[in-house]
Design a protein around this ligand. Structure first.
Ligand SMILES: [Zn+2]
Length: 226
């Protein structure tokens, strides 16, 4: 069996989607790059029923290489992103409710929280409408995120895609995206949200991406950072 460790990790990471309120029923999926291949959720399987064996391995043109199930209906999108963004090692897709509410309005999420400047380096962009099934969504994700600081994009009338150097990093971006989408939505109910000046966004982003957190090898398992 190809890449058993990656299959096991993806199975664990998928359980974080319902745990964080990002998905309903079988919607939402995570994939990981494995050289010239990728591992992705099988289509239509509930998160509780996922096992390492059930994960599907495809090439980067969405052709199944290994697996008893059909791959996620978003496989062509994931494959397109891996082919065109070589630094991406993991991708997450959800229809998480607050972020998708912004998508239904075709509005980017403005950068009005320091946590957004830290993680996304500015607003979370909103891409154009694209049909599911082929490579249109992948092309739109790549068009918007290539050269962009944000690891997250909301797609008009659809939902969220996040990218990362690892599937865990992409998952973190998906969780953070929904969190800030909710807070900024609530803030908008109170009146006019206040955007952070670009120079402050730049300083926050540089600090967070450069020096925040623990030095490699010093993080105690089980202890998060705050
Ligand atoms: Zn979707």
């Amino acid at each position: 069996m190809t890449c058993p460790d990656l299959r096991a990790e993806l199975t664990r990471l998928h359980l974080e989607l319902p745990r964080n309120g990002l998905v309903t029923w079988t919607s939402g999926n995570i994939s990981a790059r494995h050289g010239e291949l990728m591992v992705i959720k099988p289509s239509g399987v509930t998160f509780e029923d996922l096992t390492p064996d059930s994960m599907v391995v495809t090439d980067l043109h969405a052709n199944v290489v290994e697996g008893a199930f059909s791959p996620s209906s978003d496989t062509a999108t994931h494959a397109y992103i891996y082919r065109h963004l070589p630094h991406v090692g993991g991708i997450v897709h959800t229809h998480s409710p607050y972020a998708t509410a912004w998508a239904a309005n075709a509005r980017e999420i403005p950068c009005v929280l320091t946590a957004m400047a830290d993680e996304f380096g500015g607003p979370i962009p909103c891409g154009e409408f694209a049909l599911i099934g082929g490579e249109e969504i992948g092309a739109e994700v790549v068009r918007v995120l290539r050269g962009h600081r944000s690891p997250a994009i909301i797609l008009k009338n659809h939902g969220v895609f996040t990218i990362g150097s690892t599937p865990r990093a992409a998952l973190k971006a998906a969780v953070m995206c929904e969190d800030v989408a909710r807070t900024v939505f609530l803030a908008c109910q109170l009146g006019n949200v206040q955007r952070i000046a670009q120079e402050h966004i730049d300083r926050l982003y540089d600090r967070y991406q450069g020096v925040y957190g623990q030095r490699p090898g010093t993080l105690t398992p089980g202890k998060g950072t705050a």
